[in-house]
Write a protein that binds this ligand. Structure first.
Ligand code: M24
Length: 544
């Protein structure tokens, strides 16, 4: 059987890939939708931004950035909770070839230091909430020249407000029709630098190109692979905008002219009341939200009858949970997405008419997938499990400044090795069954074990350490640490927990517990035998 025979290709695209940049496509879309009164609604405050405002402000901001010397390949960051203003600097930058490096505003200073050292932004658009943290970072890094506060009317100290930055640097009589986004080679031009640890090691900077985003925009227009919504219909967006899931899906919503109700974070009652109040038709969620929808008694207090579509991704969704939600909310099915930051967004997605409970979907247009035997490297056929590898227009350009890690992730033939184990059935529906890579996912958030192990090893009482994920019904996985004490030294479980909690953001805290052992099991090449430790963790848990 030829190797090519077992490579599955996405179906013929419904629309062909636009040759223009993501910035040009966003500009055209915002112009087309500029008669629509609401682009974004803040579910917490009821404040709104119209499509016309998003268009005008983003264009004026692009001009302001240009006049302040930001040009093709300059890097800026957005470090903010989800807000009405988050996408203004993103879209403005995309118009002019400036690269955006979104940052998780909940990151600790240590985590931000690592992320900033990779992307080196000259300007950070931050929120009032994250200003103090960003001011400290500006003192530390000389490459950060400026802070602009997104959600303040007035300047705060030396940080300018977004409004003033635009007023001071753009034409008084700015005319949108005179503004034209610039053209760059979409395949080469880096649009975003996103944080991801990939299959191993510390967080790295994933370079997603304009072409990568253009693929998402093409998917949005596809009746099989887009969200089942039309211009003007209402969606709810609360996935973090700094992550590929929230960032790329929401940019796609702008392309489609949807009415985007946004939330800063998942708040159960606000989530439900917003669906009811705004007659939300489509939502994208992570598995813990599905568990909430399946099990929580408060669901019955709300009218959720407007909801026609739920897409769920970023972590495994239990078949039973999916089925319970379908029954409770009277849906046709759940649309599962399987994505990786390194592949921009969902590369597997349930087509709108082919629901399969438990499946993560089929390969999307512009992408190919194969399943590879992890021992022999042979390409496998249906119902045979192996590592999922992807190729196509959604693959990242590489990790910023890290050729070695890029070569480890994408092989010589252009295949991205996902580090996930799965198989497909005769109809091409994929099922993810295990994770080969060390990454842990807590509620869909990345928890790279190597990062926590580095924190643990800094402590003088710790000789060796390993962190693994243990299964958890609500969160998917919880990080658990195995620790070897230095001979003659003492440290308690609580002290280990506190050490990690003091240095990394909340999803990475050791909620799975801390266990002391005599030795970390390692293979001949010194690699931690994580599967062994996972088995041990489960054994210990069953004894409790
Ligand atoms: P990143 N099942 C099992 N594991 C999954 C999974 C799934 N369905 N999806 C992701 N993973 C795990 O943080 C794998 O181990 C994302 O999770 C990511 C990024 C962008 C978009 O990236 C995998 O190696 C999305 C996920 C996404 N998910 O759904 C959708 N987008 C979606 C899009 C449009 O790097 C690791 O997480 C419409 C509907 C959708 F659901 C990658 O972790």
């Amino acid at each position: 059987m030829s190797q090519e025979m077992n490579v599955l290709h996405g179906p013929k695209p419904f629309v062909s890939l636009e040759k223009s940049t993501a910035g040009q496509q966003l500009y055209e879309a915002l112009l087309k939708h500029s008669h629509l009164p609401e682009a974004l609604i803040n579910a917490h405050t009821g404040e709104t931004l119209s499509y016309k405002t998003v268009l005008e402000t983003s264009c004026r901001l692009a001009q302001s950035l240009q006049r302040c010397g930001y040009s093709q390949n300059s890097v800026v960051s957005v470090c903010s909770e989800n807000s009405l203003y988050f996408f203004l600097p993103v879209i403005a930058s995309l118009y002019i070839g400036v690269t955006v490096a979104p940052l998780n505003e909940n990151y600790t200073e240590g985590e931000l230091t690592n992320a900033l050292s990779i992307s080196k932004p000259r300007l950070i658009f931050c929120s009032k909430k994250s200003l103090v943290k960003n001011e400290d970072l500006k003192k530390k890094f000389s490459f950060i020249q400026k802070l602009v506060v997104l959600d303040s009317k007035n300047d705060i100290g030396s940080a300018e407000s977004l409004q003033n930055f635009i007023l001071r640097n753009s034409d008084k009589n700015f005319d949108v029709s005179q503004f034209k986004p610039l053209y760059f080679d979409p395949e080469q031009q880096v649009a975003l630098i996103m944080c991801s640890s990939g299959t191993t090691g510390l967080p790295k900077g994933v370079m997603n190109t304009h072409r990568n985003l253009a693929v998402r925009f093409a998917h949005c227009k596809d009746p099989l692979f887009g969200t089942q919504t039309v211009q003007g219909s209402t969606v709810l967006s609360f996935m973090p905008f700094f992550h590929g899931f929230g960032m790329c899906t929401t940019l796609g919503y702008f392309i489609m002219g949807l009415r985007i109700v946004m939330m800063e974070r998942f708040e159960p009652e606000l989530f439900l009341s917003s669906i009811s109040k705004y007659r939300i038709q489509s939502i994208l969620v992570v598995p813990p939200v599905m568990t909430f929808l399946a099990k929580s008694p408060v669901i019955d207090k709300y009218d959720l009858s407007s909801l026609k579509e739920i897409g769920c991704g970023a972590a495994p969704l239990g078949k039973e949970v999916g089925e319970a939600v379908i029954k409770r909310l009277k849906l046709k099915g759940i649309r599962q997405g399987y994505g990786l930051t390194e592949a921009t967004l969902a590369v597997l997605f349930t087509p709108s008419v082919e629901f399969r409970p438990g499946s993560s979907g089929k390969v999307v247009p512009f992408m190919s997938v194969k399943v590879v035997d992890i021992e022999t490297g042979k390409t496998l056929g249906p119902k045979q499990s192996g590592e999922l590898c992807f190729k196509g227009d959604m693959l990242m350009k590489g990790y910023a400044g890290n050729v070695k890690a890029t070569k480890e992730a994408i092989d010589e033939d252009g295949w991205l090795h996902s580090g996930d184990i799965g198989y497909y059935d005769e109809e091409g529906h994929f099922y993810i069954i295990d994770r080969l890579k060390e990454l842990i996912k807590y509620k869909g958030f990345q928890v790279p074990p190597a990062e926590l192990e580095a924190v643990l090893l800094q402590h003088s009482s710790i000789k060796d350490a390993a962190v693994v994920g243990i299964p958890d019904e609500r969160a998917g996985e919880l990080p658990m640490a195995f620790v070897v004490k230095q001979p003659g030294k003492e440290i308690t479980e609580q002290e280990v927990f506190d050490l990690v909690a003091s240095q990394v953001s909340s999803p990475k805290h050791l909620r799975g517990g801390v266990r002391f052992i005599d030795e970390i099991p390692k293979n001949a090449t010194g690699k931690i035998m994580r599967k062994e430790l996972q088995k041990l963790a489960l054994k210990l848990k069953s004894k409790l």
